[in-house]
Write a protein that binds this ligand. Structure first.
Ligand code: ADP
Ligand code: ADP
Length: 232
């Protein structure tokens, strides 16, 4: 099976109190795509298109209304633990305890996944994201770019075969954007399947093997990057 299979996926959020069910926001209107193992797949679309909703369904944080969402052939709702093990999520928001150090952030995350202390690879991950020299600094003293790199390391603590990044470079300067791209392509070279959302065409072009354009909860194009760019 593909790393990720999304078929006719529908998400309707709960309506405001007192409103009827069909007044709930229809965020995904029957979305379908497969992500084969080893690909860097980009979901490109404007704000409000439904990108975060999709990511949150993959992360097991939001329940789908109907349709299929599978990881390696396993339904995400039916096997949430399998999904959690298979996917590392790099969220849009930077969420660290400001008085934790990068090393502690990764050790804690390892504990969260039940990885025994002796088998954790926090130091190795810090080196991979070029934060070895910040091992014991308070997270609040890190630059925005360092925090983003720490988020990527945190998502990789349990060595997931799939990495999902929600708008990894939103509001990030050019230099840092390049650093993050290198980090992502490096992980992909090591075999990690990558899904990322973005509203920058340039980012999708530079980074992705394939791009799906999503708008108003619908996929309106889904092509290898070369073909898509050729069309424009
Ligand atoms: P994107 O990530 O592409 O900006 P989202 O998935 O965040 O898009 O949002 C898709 C649509 O669903 C938007 O209209 C948004 O307002 C709506 N939406 C997102 N989250 C919720 C929620 N928790 N409750 C109701 N509507 C939501
Ligand atoms: P709880 O159910 O105990 O609140 P959460 O699901 O909120 O646990 O996750 C706890 C921590 O693990 C949070 O920091 C969250 O961001 C992180 N986390 C959860 N799932 C993943 C994942 N698949 N990849 C990376 N981090 C994750």
């Amino acid at each position: 099976p593909p790393a990720i299979r999304i078929d006719n996926l529908v998400k309707r959020y709960a309506p405001p109190k007192g409103a009827s069910e069909d007044e709930g926001k229809l965020a995904l209107k029957g979305v379908s795509f497969d992500v084969p193992q080893g690909q860097i797949f980009g979901l490109l679309g404007p704000n409000g298109a439904g990108k975060s909703t999709l990511i949150n369904i993959l992360a097991g944080l939001v329940n789908k209304t109907s349709g299929t969402a599978e990881i390696w052939g396993f339904d995400i709702d039916e096997s949430p633990r399998n999904a959690k093990r298979s996917i590392g999520i790099v969220p849009q928001e930077i969420v660290f305890d400001p008085f934790f150090t990068p090393f502690e952030v990764l050790e804690n995350q390892g504990g969260f996944y039940g990885i025994p202390a002796a088998l954790r690879k926090s130091e190795e991950l810090l080196r991979a994201v070029h934060l070895a020299d910040k091992r014991d600094a308070y997270a609040r003293t890190l630059s925005g770019g360092m925090k983003r790199r720490l988020l990527v390391a945190k998502a990789m603590v349990h060595s997931p075969p799939i990495l999902v990044l929600d708008e990894p470079t939103a509001g990030v300067d050019v230099e840092l954007r390049r650093q993050l791209w290198e980090l992502v392509t490096g992980l992909n070279d090591e075999g990690v399947t990558v899904v990322l959302t973005t509203h920058y065409l340039e980012e999708a072009e530079q980074l992705c093997d394939r791009i799906a354009i999503i708008n108003h909860g619908e996929v309106i194009a889904d092509k290898p990057t070369r073909e898509l760019v050729g069309m424009a």
